[in-house]
Design a protein around this ligand. Structure first.
Ligand SMILES: Nc1nc2c(ncn2[C@@H]2O[C@H](COP(=O)(O)OP(=O)(O)OP(=O)(O)O)[C@@H](O)[C@H]2O)c(=O)[nH]1
Ligand SMILES: [Mg+2]
Length: 203
């Protein structure tokens, strides 16, 4: 991928801190075409954003498998048992490290993700009104929060929402100015959560 395909002022943040309880093993490490899913996701993110960050409560687990120039952020798990508070809190913690105007937020479990659509979407950011805080795929029941773009300044409203006990992306987004990404091929967003879903992807 050429550097010129990257949108200036856009970094990426990849969430790798889920429990993978439905899969029964760490989804970030599932091997797809010979590489861990997280490695693949980082490489795709690098094709359109710079720098690429990975936030996790257990960063050492991933250090060896990250492409060069990807950076790890240690997530602070807030109870002594090391339990995490889910993707919204992980996102907020990661956002505090970010200085670009926009961030591409990605789950690590998107095995059908491709670089070209992300690059094309990234090129639409400049044309959005200043008031737009997020640019996300939309589906009939709401937004796809873990494969889309957020302005860094949404951190303030996100922190307020979390301080009030909010943990739901959909609930937070319903109070924000979000624009839909047009004409999204939904197969890109396929999320693999169970062994059965993973076996279908491997085939
Ligand atoms: N950094 C961080 N990422 C998280 C956290 N919870 C979920 N994620 C990530 O968010 C994305 C979507 O996670 P889910 O598939 O909904 O949840 P999961 O916990 O990984 O899996 P289940 O236990 O089966 O629900 C994945 O990339 C997860 O790694 C968290 O507390 N911190
Ligand atoms: Mg999932």
């Amino acid at each position: 991928m050429e550097k010129s395909d990257r949108t200036p002022n856009l970094c990426a943040l990849i969430l790798a801190g889920g429990k993978s309880s439905r899969m029964g093993r760490d989804k970030a490490l599932l091997p797809l075409e010979g590489k861990p899913l997280l490695t693949r996701t980082c490489q795709i993110a690098q094709s359109c954003a710079n720098p690429v960050w990975v936030i996790s409560p257990w960063p050492e687990r991933y250090r060896e498998i990250l492409p060069a120039n990807c950076q790890l952020i240690q997530e602070v798990a807030t109870d002594s048992g090391g339990a995490t508070h889910g993707p919204l809190v992980g996102f907020a913690q990661g956002l505090t490290q970010i200085t670009t105007e926009w961030v591409l937020l990605l789950a690590c479990d998107l095995p059908q993700l491709q670089p070209e659509p992300l690059q094309q979407w990234g090129q639409l950011l400049d044309a959005l009104p200043e008031s737009t805080l997020a640019f996300l795929p939309q589906h009939p029941k709401g937004w796809e929060p873990l494969c889309g773009f957020y302005r860094q300044r949404c951190l303030t409203s996100l922190q307020t929402f979390i301080a009030q006990g909010g943990r739901s992306f959909q609930a937070w987004l319903s109070t924000q100015n979000v624009q839909p990404i047009p004409q999204v091929d939904r197969s890109l967003l396929l999320n693999c959560n169970t062994q059965e879903e993973w076996q279908q992807i491997e085939r």
